[in-house]
Design a protein around this ligand. Sequence first.
Ligand code: GDP
Ligand code: MG
Length: 442
Amino acid sequence: NLSSRLGHLVKTMRGHSRLTEDNIKDALREVRMALLEADVALPVVKDFVANVKEKAMGQEVLGSLTPGQAFIGVVNDSLTDLMGKQNDALNLAAVPPAIILMAGLQGAGKTTTIGKLSRLLKTEHKKKVLVVSADVYRPAAIEQLRLLAEQVEVEFYNSNSWEDPVQIALDAKEYAKKHFFDVLMVDTAGRLAIDEVLMEEIQKIHAAINPIETLFVVDAMQGQDAVNTAKAFDDALPLTGIILTKMDGDARGGAALSVRHVTGKPIKFIGVGEKVTGLEPFHPDRLASRILGMGDVLTLIEDVQKGIDQETAAEMAKKLHKGKGFDLNDFKAQIVQMRKMGGIESLMAKMPGQIGEMSKHVPEGTAERAMGQVEAIINSMTAKERANPALIKASRKRRIAMGSGVTVQEVNKMLKQFEQSQKVMKQFSKGGMGKMLKMAKG
Ligand code: GDP
Ligand code: MG
């Protein structure tokens, strides 16, 4: 995914104060490749990359971010612009029954999704749901819906396969009104490919029952092909939303980007399994991390932009350049910075990969407490001792321990750990949180 592709670039793009055509060229190519690998359709990739480029050019690299990180920020902004920020919920604000019409190719998952949605509406939204099948060409499809309805315990409207699909839908609507159903879900016939006759049929159904939601159901594993199907359905019907099924079989998520780009309609749910529980609200921001594959590193970048104490960072950088090394004064400054950014635990939780994962298994408060202890120990030292911890003799260690309310062993342990981290710090060419972030990313 993109993070592995951009990983080395994030580390090597340095020494620039703004993003330029030149320093983002390689990164743009990686974005393009990553999107193609995620099976995003080519025209969509082209538009997207052009958009990222336009946004990135001339952008300043803030604070202690590296150009690579700044670039990832731009990629993320573009993704958010395209996909939206939040989940779009179902709209049920209609005079009952709120009608939901399902459209899509055969095998996309329309019938299955009706089972899932009915269950959700019934159990979580306490709605009285009626389902009906207008798929008159395949009696087995009607039977499939009847069984699903039985399973999730919603009512199934009995229709006959020799009737006209438009009439069936109208009859079901009448029935739903008469019996005070909140929601009516209308299943339609599958199309193996875009088919004029069937397209006309669903247009007629739509016109007759006037649904509040017209959902286009599309198989995520269709990848590139999803674009053409989505376009055809979007042209034929006033779609109100999209349901992307079989996301459990496609870790790449490229279809989501393509379908959204082509229709401009929100993806409301994703199907994540064959069972009736396999439905989730779609969260565009999570898709961004799915494609970028970077955990919440983006949030982290935002936090750095907000919280970094630029002066401290600059001073530290100067010091390290002079080869003076990283001392306990700097260490304390970093602790203070970290606290400004929401504390060590919230930072750790946002880091991608192992650190983020690890932080979940550490009992809450442990890291903060340890940090507090370290700070207390440093506070009990003189400025000289902080600048050169090697000077600290046994008698002073006892005083420091007493002053900070810890044992001498704990003081020793802290000094030892600091010595180790000092070695790591020496590898950095420039100080500050930016480097720590880089280290976190590997
Ligand atoms: P329809 O022709 O559009 O009504 O599609 P169906 O609802 O009959 O589904 C076609 C196949 O896709 C069935 O085997 C479903 O079990 C399967 N399916 C539907 N949604 C999902 C999903 O989210 N994940 C997985 N793994 N399978 C799904
Ligand atoms: Mg079906």
